[in-house]
Design a protein around this ligand. Structure first.
Ligand SMILES: Nc1nc2c([nH]c(=O)n2[C@@H]2O[C@H](COP(=O)(O)OP(=O)(O)OP(=O)(O)O)[C@@H](O)[C@H]2O)c(=O)[nH]1
Length: 135
């Protein structure tokens, strides 16, 4: 039997009062540099997905939220090199602080309809339609 060890990644659509979603641009030196993605990152050993996302938002954007403010929205399942990516997407409308690009090259608030024209990772593309319908 072949073993299956997916890469588990959590990401969030932070939604502002105007229904725009925060995207961040991956920095040089990382795989898929320059692409626009949802803030988030890998779930570490022993962590729940929600705890990982609260941690990533603090580390990457300097904002604070609570696990109860993270609503599961959708997921993506996609080959990623020799791994298989499971990307869990949450929606969050409540946080404290103003997002700043601590790791990313840039941040941008976008309406879902504007995302179709952006360079985003392949796993994110099916998630755009979901956000377009949801927000
Ligand atoms: N955060 C995030 N990662 C995504 C998205 N879409 C997508 O394919 N990924 C992939 O999921 C993985 C997340 O890894 P990462 O490098 O951001 O994770 P991390 O913050 O833990 O970084 P690190 O590896 O430097 O510690 C990458 O392979 C990334 O390309 C997305 O929308 N947001």
């Amino acid at each position: 039997m072949t073993s299956f060890s997916p890469l588990l990644v959590v990401a969030v659509a932070l939604v502002d009062a105007e229904g725009r979603v925060l995207l961040q641009q991956r920095p040089p030196g990382k795989p898929m540099a320059g692409l626009w993605e949802f803030p988030g990152g890998k779930v570490e050993a022993g962590e729940t997905p929600e705890a990982a996302l609260v941690r990533e938002l603090e580390e990457e954007l300097g904002i604070a939220t609570q696990e109860s403010c993270l609503a599961p929205a959708s997921f993506a399942s996609e080959a990623l090199g020799d791994r298989h990516l499971l990307l869990l997407l949450y929606v969050c409308r409540k946080w404290r602080g103003v997002p700043e690009a601590r790791h990313a090259t840039a941040l941008s608030w976008k309406r879902p309809a504007q995302m179709y024209a952006l360079d985003m990772p392949p796993a994110d593309l099916p998630l755009i339609g979901l956000l377009d319908a949801l927000l």
